[in-house]
Ligand binder design. Structure first.
Ligand SMILES: Cc1cc2nc3c(=O)[nH]c(=O)nc-3n(C[C@H](O)[C@H](O)[C@H](O)COP(=O)(O)OP(=O)(O)OC[C@H]3O[C@@H](n4cnc5c(N)ncnc54)[C@H](O)[C@@H]3O)c2cc1C
Length: 393
């Protein structure tokens, strides 16, 4: 005996709940299956518990995808202002932190509560502790086998997320279903993730764990200026998390350790003003002292400024502006905020997220090969893609 509904959504994360409430508002009978004991675990954990729920500067350029045009339609039709209007209707207080990032004043719980209230008002049935295991084609749609029973549905929306942080729900089901129904799945890897150093590189830096400084990190033509944090295994902080999505083993990654400063001119001026000062003392005025001292001990030397000629100062400035990082890898899915790659957008409609091969089958959110930068972009994609599918499923 199976339960019947119009739309079955696998995954009660950001994308699945937005899709469900949208379809429910159209009068569709919607069921959402969630294998965890509560919905929206990643929303609850996000933004340090305050959910960075969107970014007011969202453009398609803030996303990585094999097809950079795919995200345009959905993002244009459900914008950050649309989501802010929803948040405001629910009286949820929020603030802008930096770089267009919007956070809840109180708690991420406000966002989950809002989504659940909207689902309830739209008659959506959310079932927790129910894991979708497999899907077969039915006579008029799909038959989903789940841990608590079977479900018949006309439309099936796969919103099961990516592989990052398995304890918060990461699962491979979405990729498995995509392949089963004839979709390509582009190679997946951890994104927005700390980088690891090994051997001599690790020895030279990792005991500085906890030291943070602003840098500009560049790789494969992309740059991010933000904070970097030294960890006991490598490098983290927003600048590193951002650039990690553009880095793959073997790629050159460079850091400007004093972004925005004409370092050569500054060092020349310091040589005139403080000729007896050691280089490490001069650098310690510009960055954390322990980091400056380590740079001098291990790489730059530590002569008094008066002994450094113009050429030496140019070389030091150039080294500080183009610091090479030899990363050995990433911390992997265990700590990654997102999964890069996923269901190939070539097989999906960019306006509805529906499969081009199987009518009635939809993929939304992180399982799709669209990945945002750090800063609220990934939730905006979840809302926008969920909305796009919910309007037609
Ligand atoms: C620690 C952390 C902090 C983050 N902070 C931010 C932030 O502040 N801003 C931002 O924009 N992005 C942030 N992100 C990224 C963001 O959380 C994701 O991009 C977003 O949650 C993806 O939404 P989704 O609905 O596609 O997938 P998910 O949120 O992963 O939801 C998928 C759901 O499907 C369920 N599921 C999986 N398999 C099955 C199955 N077989 N049966 C039933 N249910 C299943 C999972 O349990 C999960 O609840 C953060 C991510 C992490 C890990």
């Amino acid at each position: 005996m199976s339960s019947a509904c119009d739309v079955l959504v696998i995954g009660a994360g950001a994308a699945g709940l937005m899709c469900a409430l949208t379809a429910g508002q159209r009068g569709r009978r919607v069921v959402v299956l969630e294998r965890a004991n509560k919905v929206g675990k990643k929303i609850l954990m996000s933004g340090g518990g305050r959910c960075n729920f969107t970014n007011i500067g969202t453009t398609p350029a803030n996303f990585l995808s094999a097809n950079p045009h795919f995200c345009k339609s959905a993002l244009a039709r459900y914008t950050p202002s649309d989501f802010i209007a929803l948040v405001d209707r629910h009286g949820i207080p929020w603030h802008e932190k930096e770089l267009g990032q919007l956070f809840c004043d109180r708690s991420s719980k406000d966002i989950v509560r809002m989504l659940l209230d909207e689902c309830e008002a739209a008659g959506v049935h959310v079932v927790t502790e129910c894991e979708a295991a497999s899907v077969a084609r039915g006579s008029d749609g799909f038959l989903v086998r789940a841990s608590t029973g079977d479900f018949d549905c006309a439309s099936l929306v796969v919103a099961s997320g990516g592989l990052s942080i398995p304890s918060l729900g990461g699962s491979g089901l979405g990729y498995q279903l995509a392949r089963q129904f004839g979709h390509d799945v582009l190679p997946t890897r951890a994104g927005l993730v700390p980088l690891t150093l090994s051997g001599r590189h690790a020895e030279r830096l990792c005991d500085l764990s906890g030291v943070a400084l602003p840098v500009e990190a560049s790789c494969n033509g992309q740059s991010f200026r933000n904070a970097m944090l030294v960890t006991h295994r490598g490098l983290s902080g927003p600048a590193i998390l951002q650039i990690s999505s553009y880095w793959q083993p073997g790629d050159a990654l460079r850091l400007d350790l004093l972004p925005g400063l004409d370092v050569a001119a500054h060092l020349r001026a310091q040589r005139s003003e403080r000729p007896a000062a050691e280089l490490r003392t001069v650098l310690a005025d510009l960055m954390p002292r322990r980091f400056a001292h380590r740079l001098c001990e291990e790489w730059l030397g530590n002569r008094p400024m008066r002994e450094l000629g113009d050429r030496a100062l140019r070389e030091i400035a150039s080294a500080l502006g183009q610091w090479p990082v030899i990363a050995s890898g990433t911390e992997g899915y265990r700590t990654a905020e997102v999964t890069l790659g996923g269901v190939d957008t070539d097989g999906l409609s960019s306006t509805t997220m529906m499969s081009r091969h199987v009518p009635g089958l939809y993929f939304i959110g992180e399982v799709v090969d669209v990945t945002g930068w750090l800063g609220g972009y990934n939730f905006q994609w979840a809302w926008a893609s969920g909305r796009a599918a919910g309007e037609v499923a």
